[in-house]
Structures are given as structure tokens and as C-alpha cells.
Design a binder for this molecule. Sequence first.
Ligand code: ZN
Length: 665
Amino acid sequence: MKYKLIFLFLLFTCLGFQSSKKAPLSARIANYDIQVKLDVEQKKLIAHTKLIWKNPSADTVSDLQFHLYYNAFKNSESTFFNERGLPALFKTSLQEDCNWSWVEIQNMTDNYGNDLAANMHYIQPDDDNKSDQTVLRVPLPRPVLPNETIEVEFDWIGKIPKTMIRTGYNKDFYFMAQWYPKVGVYEPAGMRYAEKGGWNCHQYHSSGEYYGEFGNYKVAMTVPENYVVGSSGTQPNTPKNNGDQTTTWNFEVDDVIDFAWGASPHFVENKMNWKGIEIRLLTYPEHVHFKERYFSILPQALEFFEENFEKYPYPSLTIIAPPFHGIYTGGMEYPTLITTLNSCLLPTGVRSTEILTVHEFVHQYFQQIVATNEMEEAWMDEGITNFYEGVIMDKIYGEKSSTIDFMGIKTGNAESDRVSYFNMENPAIAPNSLNSWEFPGGSYHTIQYSKSAVWLNTLKRIVGEKTFKEAMKTYYSRWKFKHPSAKDFVDVINEVVAKNHPEEFGEGMDWFFQQVLYGTEICDYAVSSISNNNKITSSGIFDNLDECEKSELVKNEKGEEIFISNVVVQRLGNMTLPMEILVRFEDGKEIIEKWDGMATMTTFSYEGSQKIECAEIDPQHKIFLDKNLLNNSFTSKPNLSGVRKYVNEFMFWMQNAMEGLGMLI
Ligand SMILES: [Zn+2]
């Protein structure tokens, strides 16, 4: 073993991590060199890792902390299974046949020759659950000095789960996500919410996926010779047959926060090139005909981001479309690699394939490049991603038909988020700002994905598309290849809004974020009544009992009757937003009233020869967060907006039903 370690050390010193000639895009804190053998008989990964970790702080760091994600599937009392329950399908296999999965580090040394394995131990920073072994602490006999680099090497074995969520095998399909011992993120004082430097290395929970540090990866996978490998990164050379019925595939990628790969003897490969970016699609034979759909939608998504943010910075993007029996691994995002889902029976008008492809691609920008902490602030990747999924899908397919356009049924993507949020039994159940594992009643998904997309859409409409675009681009440029917090996001939005609209919004939008991001307020404004009454003179007895004045219609100099007209608006929810109210008179004249939206009820009064014909609150439809559109206008003519809402709700449930059907086939 010693000999092997020395040999590897010399080899990597020569080849090194410095071979990349491209200027670094990130700080390259956590750099991996992994050789892994896929044992398809034992369903195991047998591997060796060399990690080069740079201390990004002015602290002396006396330990390393690693995620051991596969240990979430090691026993029935893990935090992951406590939160999610054992999967019904695999209960017998786990409980009676003992098919648990795990990852075990067998030894570990640093570049000073110290044995690090002797004192390593599991910790449970989130819940103190001693049965959870998903975080490993490795004390360092020789601490890492400020800005110094340490090299550690270790052999490890991973027992691969039968497809759990995101990762595992089924039959001879393998998807290796969150598969290797992965160092946490060391947050120096001042980064995100850190008051002093320390590890941010959460246990593996049922909700929330990962938070990773940037670095370079070189991974060599040895697989059976008939297997095809799809992976993060690009291949520096062609796969090498080892002469023992195995082949070794090499992949490399720089400046990423994670690394995933998949393998199967049945993968069919298709490639296309878009502006120098190699797009590689791996599907099962029965799904090859989906190729055109992927190769049509992905360039449009790439183009959108090039126009609105910056060009996709990596040389490759790989799509793995799992077979039906690998369905639990579909719909995931890893750097330069996405997984999707498709079903042969889904017609082209049901755009699940396109939606998933766009969604997972958007994550390349919002989580892989702007590397937020999904365990603590999942809305920053899932919410922003869902929002841009809606923007891109609505732009390409039209906002009324971007999710389904099939047999006369049409529904839009952004609208689906609105319907999903307001169809919750209690949309005020939780704010966006909770840790991922703290959401009550299964509300994580709808609050983090849908609600945040709805309030981002509202923010865009309130500050205007131009300012919103500028703010998001500034946020991206400032925080790419770094780890922003929600506060950093809010600061950028406030800065750009205050610059572009100093009169209108003053210091910025804190009043908005306090409610939509940190609060649970519900927005519902309504026009509750319109009245038009003739103005009449006063009547009755005033000074003299013998003189009774009778009321008369008041008329203007043209002899026209004068009306006292009122519009009553109400705030039915507890969210307060500035509102505009359009008031239209019978002669076509329109007035826009501005209201701070604070009172529960306000009346706007007018006097003149024209009656009010109708009034509408939020006439420009800025407030996408408004729960009930049915009550937004008041008119003598029939109001169809409410009908539209119920049609949309129907469409949403149809979509869910069809996607559910898709899962079963
Ligand atoms: Zn997502």
C-alpha cells in the first residue's frame, strides 16, 4: 500500500492539477483525482482519491469534514430515512435481505505521512442523530495554515444502492451521483453568514441536495468493457481497454462544485456541437427518437443565457436520459451533466421533456456556477431556476401553452407555479428562508420552487423588466464561481433598483423581501364596489320651520347631471404592496390612482358628469402574487378573468395527471 501511495504521489506531482492552461474561473479550493472501479457483480465502487484542498481563510484549520452521502442508506435510523421513511418498494430488500448501502474510507494519509484514519469519526451537526453517518470529521495532526494547501489520499469502497432518489443502479443502469467522499465547504469569516471561519457540512437530508466547493476533477472510471460512460467533463483521451474485459474512461473538468457519471451497456450516444460546446446525449435505444427534442431545446436555452447572462463557460454538456427502471435518478443537475426523464407515450404537446431539460440546464448557472447553499437556502437555486424555466419555456412556446398544448388543452409554465402555490392547503405554511429539512407538512417543494418563482415574477413586474434583467445579470457577474447568501442577492437587487428608480423605491426593496422571502404573508387585493349617485342639493328644514328645502338634481353649466362616484378597494390579505387602480368613466376617460396598499379599505371619490364604468386594481398585472384575480376588477360587463383562473387550475391538474401517467409507463 505504501508503495502504491508513493507511486501515485509522484505520478500526480508530475501530471499535477496545474496541467490546465485555461485561466482559473474559480478559487479551485477542492481538487480531486479519483480512480474508481465499478464492480457490477458486487454492486460496489472500489476507489482511490487524492484530494488537494486549499485553506481559503486566514484561520488555522485543524480538521477536514467530508460528506459520505451513501451512508444515508446504511440503516433505518439515518436522518434521510427518518425524514423520508424507507421506500416501500425496497423495504423487504433492506430490512430482511440487508441490502443497505454505505461508503467506507479504509485509510487516509496526508502529504506529511500522517495517518488520518485513526481519529476520524462521524458527527451530526444538524440533529445529533448518532445513527446518522453522513458527515465524517477528520482531525489533522498537522493543521492547515492560512491559505496553505493540504493533500490527502485515501482508499474507499462504496456499496451502491438500488436506485434511491438521485443515485444508484437498477439492472445494468448505473447513475453515480453524490457517490464519493466529498469535502464540505469551509466558510471563512464574512462569507455568507459566517461570523468566524468554520465548516459548512450538513448531514444528508431528505430535502435539499448539496452544497459544494469549487475545484478541478480528474476521474478515471474502470467499467466492464461493454459499458458506455456518460460523465461530467470531457475526455482527454479515448477509453483504454485493459485486456481484462474492462475499459478505463477518463474525464476531466475544471471549476465545478461536484462530479457525477453514469454507465450502462445500453447507452446510445448522440452528439451535437453548439458554438464549440459539445452536447452529448446518452439514451436507451427506445428513447433515441427524443434526440431532436433535446437538440432543439438545449441550444435555445444556451442562447437565452448567452444573451441575458454570459456564455456557458464549460466545453461540454452531457444529458443522460435514464431508462424507465432508472427513473429515480432522472431530473437532476450536476456540473456539466443533467439527467432527464422521458416516456414514449407522452405526445409532443406535453412538454415534460423540454421542461426538465431547460430546468436542469438553468441549474448550471444557478447552483453550479452561482454556487448557493441548497441545504440552507434552496430557493436560491430551485426558485430562481423554476423562474427562468418559466421565462424560457414561455418565450419559446407562448405563455399560455408552454407546459401543455395538446388536444385543445393549453397551459402555461409560469402560470403553473402560481396555481401550484395557491392550490396548497396553506400557502402561508412556511417562509422561503427555512433550512431545507425544516419545511413542515411536505411544503418544501411548493414553497421553494413555486412560491419563489411567483414572487420573482412579481419583483420583475414591479421594478420593470429592464431593471430586473440588469439586477440579475449583476448578481450573476458578481457571484459567479462564489457562494452568495440570500442577503447578497437582496443587496444586489436593492443596489440596482435604487440606482434605476431612486424616486420610486428609495433604498430598495427590503419591504418586499421581508414579506415574500422572510415572511408568509398572502397577497389579495380587490375592487369591492363601484357606485354612481346623482349629486343633489341639500334638503330639510334649516332656519325657519315654515321653510322646507327640497332636494334637486345638481347640474353643470351644460345642463348635465352631476354624479358622486366611488370606487372601494380592499386589502384582503396580510401582504402590503403598492397598488395602482385604473378607473374608467363612461366617456372613456381613464385615471390611474396610486395607493400604498396599507389600509384594509380605501375609497376613491369623484364628482363629475360621467359615471364610472369600471375599475381594476393592478391593471398592468404586475402582482403575479395576487391570490385571487377574480376580485381584481369591477364592471357592469361580465368578468372573464376568474373563469380563466379556473381553467388554468384544471390545466394544472391535467398536467399533473399526465405526468403521473408518464411515470407509470
Ligand atoms: Zn431544480
